[in-house]
Design a protein around this ligand. Structure first.
Ligand SMILES: [Zn+2]
Ligand SMILES: [Zn+2]
Length: 750
């Protein structure tokens, strides 16, 4: 055989590619690469990923495989890429085959994607057939998870099943050379869903609907806008009257509202953005990015140093801005108080009737509710604070197991994790299970994940928090199969390790938060652990226990926590007088401590932050969870540098008493509250760093709600560098709990 013959001899290979490879334009991409290199064969979506048969000369196959491996479509996330030899079948053309439907689906469904640059151009091109069409999309962009009813991902199993394609759209859908080839949500104004504006008794449809909504926003109205995973309430962020009306009608007193900016230039005027924050803001996930505010917006984020900003990510958002909506909009999840986002049209129209002046309603249904994701940039890491649109249901960890595990998380900021086929899939943020609608969403999401990944409930190992009174624990008891309870703060530390597949790494872990049920039944929240996932995490230290009077209300009223933490220190101080000016609630709570009535022990670091917040001026009720700690951080960030207080660690306990004594003394001699707040933050950071060094572990892990505090985390990063690990893929708050629960349960199963 001559050299030339060898180069042209035909060979065949099979590719098996897994990861986020469906609904992201993978098949047309493979088709186009095959065309380019003269490769025959086929590509198909199966439940275990994308399969390819490629037949050509050796050289052509090598080039083909190389290009498929090196430059997949922008939204694809390849997990594994296997190439195996195959028998030559004598194929002459390359084709896209119909989806096969066999085996368990371990393929990952793509998260929802922001509008791409090509579609954005067409959206504003008067000569394009999708000019101003609010549902424009292609294989590189558009909704995915929010429209999927089942796998594999094909139009009849999506929310687009009721809109048959017109001739033009079907041609694009069927043309492998087209950007819309097999784009399941493809549509145009001739065949697809449309939008309408409901304002009082008026109904406007078509492009007039969006123009009408933009005009209303410009005039200060509150408009409910249907988006990808639910409804938003929108209003002009610069119109203080509109913002105040939104707060009043939504019963949302002070919790920050997210903003949507017309474009990156506008976003730059709102918050301080470095390169990493800008790439987070403009990423295909388009999250809300929390960053230091550059200008105030009355009522948007009261007494907060940060603003949460996102960019337009659906065609509707772009059309609203182009039609004259104000440059910066409040864009907040449409709900009452902290209930889950409204996503069903009828439900939204009735529950938001007293809040929104008008409704911009899209016809395409939403298969499941998904809030906006929230991230904060720490160095070059993108820390997820709320995991939802654009991120869910991507895998967040690899587990060395074939056992399906369902971890149910906690009752606050609930989110689930399903481990199947060795991959940990984290659900979207569900919310607080105190709310009936959140409980409904919780049950629906359990069913959803199990159906999507074809896991039967009786096969599951179910993992729950140790708290016997949690609703999630109660739900676990109702499920068949094996059950494992995991302690709250161990799960926090484990969540960081699971993200990094660090099963053996020996760490010292700091789990600081407000409340979690301890091994001994008391309320923990300032815990130190030593160990590894594989070997177990032993509690070796904690905050000195303090009495906490008055049950659940102690978490809402910082002065009530202060009554417990100050009990040994407050002799002779009249806290009802300046500079403290505590309400009478303090004295009542102190009496409970004195007589040990409705008083429990706690090691909660969150309550220590509340105590210092009370001492520096936050004496009212918190209107949302974590408000006092955020307020204290804001105060600390407004101070110049100061000498830190000392938080000693003796006999395995952080002793807060000397520090609080210093706070009391400083306050009484009139030291600026911002300096006190800053000295406190640095005391906590110093204490963590000192204890971490004393235990001499491979890595230092921090997790728990307290570590949402940017000042604290940034200070620790500066002190400890890459030796310190923190949550990135799942939130440090209870939204990340389920991943850690699953990891602890797996260790127990082994
Ligand atoms: Zn597109
Ligand atoms: Zn069409």
């Amino acid at each position: 055989m001559s050299v030339t013959d060898k180069a042209t001899a035909r060979h065949a290979v099979r590719l098996h590619i897994t990861g986020v490879v469906q609904g992201v334009g993978f098949r047309p991409f493979v088709y186009r690469v095959a065309q380019r290199h003269g490769v025959a064969g086929w590509v198909l979506n199966a439940q275990d990923g994308v399969h390819v048969l490629a037949e050509a000369s050796d050289d052509a196959i090598a080039r083909f495989v190389d290009e498929v491996r090196q430059s997949p479509p922008p939204a694809a996330r390849v997990a594994t890429f296997d190439v195996t030899p195959a028998a030559i079948a004598g194929l002459v053309a390359f084709e896209i085959r119909e989806s096969a439907a066999a085996g368990a689906p371990t393929v990952r469904i793509s998260p929802d994607l922001a509008l791409c640059a090509d579609c954005l151009r067409e959206l504003f091109d008067p000569s394009d057939r999708r000019f101003k069409y609010p549902y424009i999309n292609c294989t590189n962009c558009g909704p995915r998870y929010s429209i999927v009813y089942g796998l594999p991902y094909d139009r009849p199993r999506t929310a687009m099943r009721d809109w048959p394609l017109c001739e033009h759209c079907s041609r694009e859908y069927a043309d492998p050379a087209d950007r819309r080839f097999h784009a399941q949500p493809v549509a145009c104004s001739a065949c697809g869903p449309t939008m309408r504006l409901l304002a009082g008794d008026d109904v406007v449809t078509g492009t007039g609907a969006i123009e009408g909504a933009a005009a209303l926003l410009a005039r200060g109205a509150i408009v409910a806008v249907k988006g990808i995973g639910g409804y938003h309430l929108a209003c002009d962020a610069a119109n203080a009257g509109s913002v105040a009306a939104m707060r009043e009608r939504k019963y949302r007193k002070e919790r920050p509202f997210a903003l949507m900016a017309r474009n990156l230039e506008v976003a730059r005027t709102l918050v301080q953005l470095d390169g990493n924050a800008e790439s987070a803001l403009t990423s295909i996930e388009r999250p809300i990015v929390v960053a230091p505010a550059r200008r105030p917006f009355e009522g948007v984020a009261p007494e907060n140093s940060d603003l949460g900003v996102m960019l337009a990510y659906t065609p509707v958002h772009h059309l609203l801005f182009a039609a004259g909506a104000p440059d910066v909009l409040v864009m907040t999840s449409a709900n009452r108080s902290s209930e889950p986002i409204a996503y069903d049209d009828r439900e939204a129209l009735s529950s938001l009737a007293g809040i929104a002046d008008a409704f911009l309603v899209g016809e395409r249904p939403i298969a499941r509710r998904i809030d906006d994701s929230v991230v904060r940039v720490v160095g070059d890491a993108r820390v997820v604070l709320r995991r939802a649109r654009g991120l869910a249901p991507e895998a967040v960890g690899t587990f060395p197991t074939t056992t399906p595990i369902l971890a149910l998380g906690g009752d606050l900021k609930n989110a689930l994790t399903l481990v199947v086929g060795g991959q940990a899939f984290a659900s979207q943020h569900i919310g607080d299970l105190d709310h009936l609608s959140a409980r409904d969403a919780f049950v629906a999401t359990v069913g959803d994940l199990c159906a999507m990944y074809e896991v039967k409930p009786e096969q599951l190992t179910v993992v729950h928090d140790l708290h016997p009174g949690y609703r999630s624990t109660e739900f676990a008891r109702s499920l068949p199969g094996r059950r494992i309870g995991v302690q709250h703060h161990r799960a926090h530390i484990a969540s960081v390790l699971a993200e990094r597949d660090a099963w053996e790494t020996r760490v010292v872990g700091f789990a600081f938060d407000g409340t979690g049920y301890g091994d001994d039944g008391s309320i923990w929240g300032g815990e130190v652990f030593i160990g590894s996932l594989a070997g177990g995490l032993a509690r070796v230290g904690h905050l000195r226990p303090a009495p906490l009077p008055g049950g659940d209300a102690a978490a809402r009223f910082p002065v009530q926590a202060a009554a417990g933490f100050l009990y040994d220190l407050d002799d002779g101080i009249d806290f009802e007088r300046p500079p403290f000016s505590f309400p009478k609630r303090y004295a009542d709570a102190r009496a409970l401590v004195k007589h040990r009535v409705r008083t429990f022990e706690t090691t909660s670091m969150g309550r220590l932050f509340d105590t210092v917040a009370a001492l520096t001026g936050f004496t009212r009720e918190q209107s949302f969870e974590g408000q006092a700690a955020m307020w204290l951080e804001h105060l600390a960030r407004s101070s110049g540098s100061v000498a830190p207080y000392v938080l000693p660690y003796e006999r395995d306990q952080f002793d807060f008493r000397p520090m609080l004594a210093s706070v009391l003394a400083d306050r009484r001699v009139g030291r600026a509250p911002c300096e006190i707040a800053r000295a406190f933050h640095f005391a906590v950071a110093n204490a963590v760093a000192a204890v971490a060094d004393a235990y001499n572990a491979d890595r230092i892990v921090v997790s728990g709600g307290v570590f949402q505090n940017a000042l604290l985390v940034d200070t620790l990063v500066a002190m400890l560098g890459p030796r310190m690990w923190f949550n990135v893929k799942v939130p440090p708050n209870d939204g990340g709990l389920s991943l850690g629960q699953a990891a602890c349960a797996l260790a127990e199963l082994k």
